[in-house]
Structures are given as C-alpha cells and as structure tokens.
Design a protein around this ligand. Structure first.
Ligand SMILES: [Zn+2]
Length: 207
C-alpha cells in the first residue's frame, strides 16, 4: 500500500491542535517518539506542499494514545475537536454563512450531509485520500479506504480517534449542538487490519 502525505498546512493544524490539548512537554515527547523531532523547533509552514507522511502522523497519534493509556482515545478526540475548531476559524465568516444559509433552507440531515461532503473535499485536497459519505438506516457513514491515521499501526481495537473527534466537532457545529449530543463510532478500522476506517455518525433525535 502506497503511503500518502499531508499538506504542510494540514499537518501544521494537527500539530498545533495536539500541542494545545496535551501541553508542550507531552507534545515534544510524542514528536520525539514518532521520529518527528524536526517539528519541535519549527512547525511545517502554512502552505499546500506535501510534507508529513501518513506513517508519520499515524505513529504520532499512536504515541499519544499510548502515553495517555485509558484516556488515549479521549485525548485524541479532543485533539480532533481542537483541529476542527481551528479549521472553522480559518474559514471564518464563510463557514458561518454556509451554516446559516443551509440551516434556514434544509433539514438537519441535509445540513449534516452538506457539511460531511464539504469536509470530505477538504480531506481529499489536504491528504489525497478520498472519504465516502452515505446515509443508511438512520445514520450517516464516513469511510476512508486510505485513512492517514493508522498506516503501519497494528491495534487491538479501532484507533482512529483523531478524525472521529473532528467529525464530532463538525456535526455538533453545523447543528448548533453541544459535542456530547453527537455520537461518532468507529465501526471498522484499518489499524485492526480491516478494509477501511468507517464511522457511524448520529446525533440523537433524527430529523
Ligand atoms: Zn484509520
């Protein structure tokens, strides 16, 4: 399987979010443990050139998961929330305008569909991997056959909690709900040698 690369600006956003959530000391150690000490002094520049490999970001996430033990998945989801928050801030009023107009015109289900499809486009642009989004039996599904976050990882359980957190943040934001009103479950993961990383996304009461 060919390894992909994140754009520098995307890797930068993840690294900044991670530093914010776990603090500079744990962050520096995770970089060292993942062989990414080069980013300790200078983050990747905010440009769209390819930079950090999937295997590198996967190992970085894995080291954080390992360090925080039982809380590892939760910490990775918090990094995902922070990453999403930073992403929305970067889009600023454009994102808010989209939420406002889709909120007036569409049902919550269509709002979430639009948000997930836009997010899939961003992921394609920033990583070259192409998530699929569909609705099935009362839930949305998000599936990535070349997930960037578990390359070279052998995990006993689904381990891609960082993108799960970003999806939680996105759905909560577009619906104007608190984070804990949204459920994102990783139902299949390449980290446990399954075919794809797939998430089931729900938000309590359906439309
Ligand atoms: Zn994965």
């Amino acid at each position: 399987m060919m390894d992909g690369q994140l754009t520098n600006r995307y890797a930068r956003q993840i690294l900044e979010a991670a530093r914010q959530v776990i603090g500079p000391d744990a962050w520096a150690q995770a970089l060292i443990d993942a062989g990414l000490e080069r980013y300790q002094r200078a983050l990747p520049p905010a440009n769209p050139d390819p930079g950090m490999s999937f295997a590198e970001i996967s190992l970085f996430c894995w080291k954080i998961r390992d360090r925080f033990g039982h809380d590892g998945p939760k910490v990775l989801r918090q990094i995902g929330h922070e990453m999403l928050r930073r992403g929305l801030e970067a889009y600023g009023w454009v994102a808010n305008l989209i939420r406002l107009t889709t909120g007036i015109l569409r049902s919550p289900r269509e709002q979430v569909r639009t948000a997930l499809q836009r997010a899939a486009n961003v992921v394609r642009l920033e990583t070259g991997s192409a998530p699929h989004v569909w609705w099935e039996e009362g839930s949305f599904y998000w599936e990535n056959l070349s997930c960037p976050y578990c390359v070279g990882i052998r995990s006993p359980e689904p381990c891609c909690d960082l993108p799960a957190g970003a999806l939680e943040g996105l759905v909560a934001w577009v619906l104007g709900k608190p984070l804990d009103a949204v459920q994102v479950v990783e139902v299949s993961c390449r980290g446990v040698q399954e075919r794809a990383c797939r998430y089931r996304i729900g938000w309590g009461a359906e439309t």
